[in-house]
Design a protein around this ligand. Structure first.
Ligand code: CA
Length: 221
């Protein structure tokens, strides 16, 4: 697995490279956005870790460029700009995850592994299946029996997460972290609202089970 780290602070770059290499990843570094885009263009990377405050090209611009060239390449933002607005813009621009500096290496590694796992099990081309439910990743569409539902980005990501963890109880906190980004108020009910909308769209046989005090589980329908 090859990871590209776009980061202008040599100390942080060295720290990240050491940590990732200790986990068996092969790591390349780029000290600014242009160098990062040029390196990524040669391909072969499984994931990019991107700092936002970079000299020259701004990180969000770099993100947009990476998304245009390689929409399937997962990008995890690591930045001191922990304000909510920047985080949401990053996620809206297609970043997979956002880790605020200062961060723990363990947390970052967990996020990186989660991104690399995402979209693998059960994936057949652009369609992911769990029981009778199928999700078209490119069209952001869910199909269950005769029902075809167009999903919003959040609805899609939540359902995709449940599909990849079929049969497991997934907590609200985990869904908040993985679908909305990390620092939301854990008492927020956005997860429940989103699940309600998904059930409405999928109809009476929607295979999403509520686990009391636990979270949600996608049942093998
Ligand atoms: Ca920086």
């Amino acid at each position: 697995m090859r990871i590209l780290v776009i980061e202008d602070e040599p100390r942080i770059l060295a720290f990240l490279a050491r940590g990732l290499e200790a986990e068996g990843f092969s790591v390349d570094g780029a000290p600014d956005g242009r160098a990062g885009i040029a390196r990524a263009a040669h391909g072969g990377y499984d994931l990019v870790i991107l700092d936002l405050l970079l000299p020259g090209l701004d990180g969000l611009t770099v993100l947009r460029e990476l998304q245009r060239e390689q929409p399937e390449l997962p990008v995890v933002i690591v930045s001191a700009r922990s304000d909510l607005e920047t985080k949401l813009r990053g996620l809206d621009f297609g970043a997979c995850d956002y880790v605020s500096k200062p961060f723990s290496l363990d947390e970052l590694l967990a996020r990186v592994r989660a991104q690399l796992r995402r979209g693998r099990p059960g994936e057949n081309g652009n369609v992911v299946r769990a029981g009778k439910l199928s999700l078209d990743v490119a069209k952001r569409q869910a199909r269950l029996g005769d029902v075809v539902a167009e999903l919003s980005d959040r609805e899609f990501r939540l359902l995709h997460h449940l599909v990849l963890h079929e049969g497991e109880v997934v907590s609200r906190e985990r869904l908040l972290a993985d679908v909305w980004g990390y620092h939301f108020d854990p008492r927020s009910n956005v997860v429940d609202v989103c699940v309600r909308r998904l059930r409405q769209k999928l109809g009476a046989t929607a295979p999403i089970e509520t686990i009391r005090h636990g979270g949600y589980r996608l049942t093998a329908a």
